[in-house]
Design a protein around this ligand. Structure first.
Ligand SMILES: *[C@@H]1O[C@H](CO)[C@@H](O)[C@H](O)[C@H]1NC(C)=O
Ligand SMILES: *[C@@H]1O[C@H](CO)[C@@H](O)[C@H](O)[C@H]1NC(C)=O
Ligand SMILES: *[C@@H]1O[C@H](CO)[C@@H](O)[C@H](O)[C@H]1NC(C)=O
Ligand SMILES: *[C@@H]1O[C@H](CO)[C@@H](O)[C@H](O)[C@H]1NC(C)=O
Length: 222
């Protein structure tokens, strides 16, 4: 043994004790730091879950782009002529109110579920009116935009006329003339000026015209 060793030895046990204490302290602070880190990670995880939930909710409601609805909402007649005699025919001028619905479609209980939060910009189009597959009138739909969460309504005049169709006579005699209105709107739903999605929407309505009362008796749209 050297002098050096002897000098160190007597204190080494005490050193061991303090070392042990220090080690416990270090271990304790290490554990505390670990706990702190775990807590931090937990907060981050909770925040991430919360944020994901918010983003998901946002994606499923505000960011979701739905198909607007295009419908005939009402119709009135300015002139109304029909004859079911030898040469059955009709000539009418009709004023229709159409709607491009860019909002919740009657599902009040779910609110935002069916609402577009962006406007719908649609191009020029036409609405065809048909009797038994034959076009009896054509209405021009001018390009426009339906604002977010609202219905764009406008009026269109259209002349309807038909003659020389054998079965028309019995329909006119029955007092109910059933016409279909069909159309396709092409356009884009734009959200926050960045998100744009092409959307086309179809009109497919049945207008049952009450010939005696000269009004629409029944109006149904798909
Ligand atoms: C069509 O009916 C209108 C009134 O609704 C009448 O003034 C007009 O003379 C009629 N036209 C024909 C061609 O019968
Ligand atoms: C409808 O108009 C056509 C052509 O203008 C005419 O021949 C027909 O008589 C008219 N029908 C009625 C009921 O006014
Ligand atoms: C849409 O219709 C309007 C009115 O007729 C016309 O001025 C415009 O050029 C049309 N737009 C397109 C893209 O055809
Ligand atoms: C409907 O017919 C009348 C008379 O023929 C005409 O003056 C009018 O411009 C027509 N309206 C449309 C929308 O075609």
């Amino acid at each position: 043994m050297t002098d050096k060793d002897q000098q160190i030895h007597p204190t080494s046990q005490a050193d061991d004790h303090t070392k042990h204490d220090e080690e416990t302290a270090v271990l304790h602070s290490k554990e505390a730091r670990k706990k702190k880190r775990m807590k931090c990670l937990l907060y981050i995880a909770i925040f991430a879950v919360f944020q994901t939930a918010i983003i998901l909710l946002f994606a499923l409601t505000v960011m979701k782009i739905r198909t607007p609805k295009f419908r005939v909402q009402s119709a009135t007649f300015d002139t109304f002529n029909f004859s079911s005699n030898t040469n059955p025919s009709f000539n009418m001028s009709m004023n229709i109110e159409v709607g491009v619905k860019n909002t919740n479609f009657g599902h009040i209980e779910v609110g935002v579920k069916n609402t577009n939060f962006g406007h719908y910009k649609f191009r020029n189009s036409t609405i065809n009116f048909l009797y038994d597959g034959l076009i009896v009138g054509e209405a021009f739909v001018p390009e426009a935009r339906a604002r977010a969460r609202s219905t764009k309504k406008f009026n269109i005049f259209v002349n309807l006329s038909l003659g020389n169709v054998p079965q028309l006579g019995s329909d006119l005699d029955s007092g109910i003339l059933s016409l279909k209105s069909k159309s396709t709107l092409n356009g884009k739903v734009e959200l926050f000026k960045v998100l744009k999605k092409k959307k086309s929407t179809e009109m497919d309505c049945i207008l049952a015209i009450n010939l005696r009362q000269q009004l629409i008796g029944d109006l149904r749209c798909k």
